[in-house]
Write a protein that binds this ligand. Structure first.
Ligand code: HAM
Length: 413
């Protein structure tokens, strides 16, 4: 679990603000979800045989002896929330949420046990148009963040739930023929979650998978047409993508469209955003059959991508230095008065002892463009010394003139 230092947090905030702007331009509504849910919600919806449920959840009994889990992802909680609050039946919804998720994975660059996601979930739309909207919207997000050149879209279709189960049988039959050559994890998955073998990172297993039956050959007609329509929409907007039949996703709830936005710039943990369709999920929380589709992006990974180019903003416009006890209190009050008029002006008051020289050093490192110097003589004369930090120019003006003067000075640059 990582601490976020000011610069990192500023990058996170920039990403969130940018994404929030794009979401709002598509009419998506923000929701808030609990960080803790009943364990059974995740084991049922994410899937018993997934890595997340098998080995990555932070699960504990609460004081009533009920098994709870820190959410490893947001889709299950969102589906529960929407169903419990009557937001699904006969309705169309476009939701988004942001916040921390928790998975007990082996930490490495880009992979943390607490990480932040922005997730999007849509309900009530069965056609490929909403899948296309999600991908066009994510593309617009990358444009807004300035990273379109470093991400690529990988797409696949898992077909209908029935087609997926036919494919599963064919795949298991193939995997059995090469069982002894597969890595241990993949051997185990043949009976628990065979599609996940396709996702294996073990080279020898990957080589064997080159001859495995392809999901695309077992797609039902409706899923094929859905996938074709989606691809046509992407082509029309010239969004580049590759079809990657090996994408199956690590969560069990997907059918038809699945996708991942990946980057080469982060090493092994290169998926920055992923999602797909989950038409069977609402039924699993007791609702009527309702189509669903969504995605989530990892803020920690996006922040790493932006880190090099991101220019931090200094915390202050104005730094107030003071000499002596009376001036110290005066400067605190002066800052309040300035804020009353210039509400976007960022003012840092030197709240400590210190020689003027060391206070001016602090003023420099705060990034402020202007320092105000308050001493007892100035107070007696109703004046303040204004120092322009870049040029070193310094002059004295009356307190009454100060806000107007500052406003002019700061708006000039
Ligand atoms: P996911 O692929 O498990 O999907 O996670 C989505 C994104 O969260 C990943 O692509 C990655 O950027 C980020 N992420 C996942 N695990 C970690 C980690 N340990 N450290 C840092 N970042 C991580 C889901 O969570 C689905 N709920 C997405 C979805 C929404 N599908 C439909 N609707």
């Amino acid at each position: 679990m990582q601490d976020l230092l000011p610069r990192q947090k500023e990058i996170f905030r920039h990403i969130e603000d940018t994404i929030r702007g794009v979401l709002s331009s598509y009419g998506y509504q923000e929701i808030g979800l609990p960080v803790i849910e009943f364990t059974s919600l995740f084991s049922r919806l994410v899937g018993e045989a997934t890595d997340i449920v098998e080995k990555e959840m932070y699960t504990f009994d609460d004081r009533n002896g009920e098994s709870l889990t820190l959410r490893p992802e947001g889709t299950a909680g969102c589906v529960r929330m929407a169903q419990e609050n009557g937001l699904i039946f006969n309705q169309v919804q476009r939701f988004w949420y942001a916040g921390p998720m928790f998975r007990h994975e082996r930490p490495q660059k880009g992979r943390y046990r607490q990480f932040d996601q922005i997730g999007v979930e849509c309900f009530g739309m069965a056609g490929p148009d909403i899948d296309a909207e999600l991908l066009l919207m994510t593309y617009r997000m990358w444009q807004a963040l300035g990273i379109t050149d470093t991400v690529q879209l990988e797409l696949n279709s898992l077909g209908s739930i029935a087609a997926r189960s036919t494919y599963r049988e064919v795949l298991v039959a193939y995997l059995e023929t090469v069982r002894s050559d597969l890595d241990e994890d993949s051997q185990r998955r043949i009976s628990t979650n065979p599609l996940r073998v396709l996702d294996s990172k073990v080279e020898k297993t990957r080589d064997l998978l080159a001859d495995a039956p392809r999901m695309g050959d077992y797609l039902d007609d409706e899923s094929s047409a859905h996938f074709d329509d989606l691809r046509r929409a992407l082509d029309q907007r010239q969004i580049p993508y590759v079809v990657n039949p090996m994408i199956v996703r690590g969560l069990d709830y997907y059918n038809k469209t699945v996708f991942e936005w990946t980057t080469d710039s982060l090493g092994a943990q290169g998926t920055v955003c992923a999602g797909g369709r989950y038409d069977g999920l609402v039924e699993q929380v007791g609702g009527r059959s309702t189509p669903g589709v969504g995605f989530a992006m990892g803020l920690d990974r996006l922040a790493m991508m932006l880190d090099e180019k991101f220019e931090s903003t200094a915390p202050a416009d104005v730094y107030i230095a003071s000499l002596g006890e009376i001036a110290r209190t005066f400067s605190l009050m002066l800052a309040e008065d300035i804020r009353n008029t210039l509400d976007t002006c960022r003012i840092v008051v030197h709240c400590a002892d210190g020689k003027l020289k060391s206070q001016m050093k602090k003023a420099d490192t705060s990034g402020a463009r202007v320092a105000l110097i308050v001493g007892e003589d100035e107070i007696a004369g109703g004046e303040v010394t204004v120092k322009h930090l870049a040029t070193g120019d310094q002059h004295t003006i009356t307190v009454a003139e100060l806000t107007e003067h500052l406003s002019k000075l700061l708006s000039k640059e």
